[in-house]
Write a protein that binds this ligand. Structure first.
Ligand code: AMP
Length: 130
């Protein structure tokens, strides 16, 4: 069965998309720990990030770099932190998270509650900075 992220990539499930290329897709995390928390996902479904073939993993990192630069311009922050967890969704992905300190990358923090309008605004702002 297709993962929830594969369904997002095909459009079967809606998302706040920020970027796409031939092999990768990026959208806002629906339970963000910071404004501008983005997931970068390879289109080909692989559970574990480090099982991805070298060329596709390189593509994903370079794609994440491009998206991270746009997030950094869109969201005031010191830098974009990255994390891979993968315990919830078995489709490899990279979390791109605007941070001002180590405390901003704590997944135990209460998730932000954003309105659809706020999600849309953040996504549009990132897209404009790509
Ligand atoms: P993990 O697999 O532990 O890296 O966590 C999966 C991440 O995917 C979590 O941060 C979720 O909030 C996020 N997530 C799950 N479903 C969706 C969705 N439909 N749209 C956007 N983000 C999602």
């Amino acid at each position: 069965m297709a993962s929830i992220f594969s369904k997002i990539i095909t459009g079967e499930i809606p998302s706040y998309k920020v970027a796409e290329d031939a092999h990768n897709f990026a959208f806002l995390d629906i339970n963000p720990i910071a404004r501008g928390h983005v997931l970068a996902v390879p289109k080909t479904e692989t559970d574990y990030l480090f099982d991805i073939a070298d060329d596709r993993l390189s593509d994903l990192i370079l794609f994440s770099k491009r998206v991270a630069k746009a997030i950094k311009k869109a969201i005031p922050c010191k830098r974009i932190g990255i994390a891979t967890v993968g315990l919830e969704v078995p489709h490899a992905h990279i979390h791109l998270i605007p941070i001002n300190g180590i405390y901003d990358i704590d997944f135990n923090r209460p998730k932000l509650k954003l309105s659809p309008e706020e999600f849309r605004e953040i996504a549009e702002n990132i897209v404009q900075n790509l």
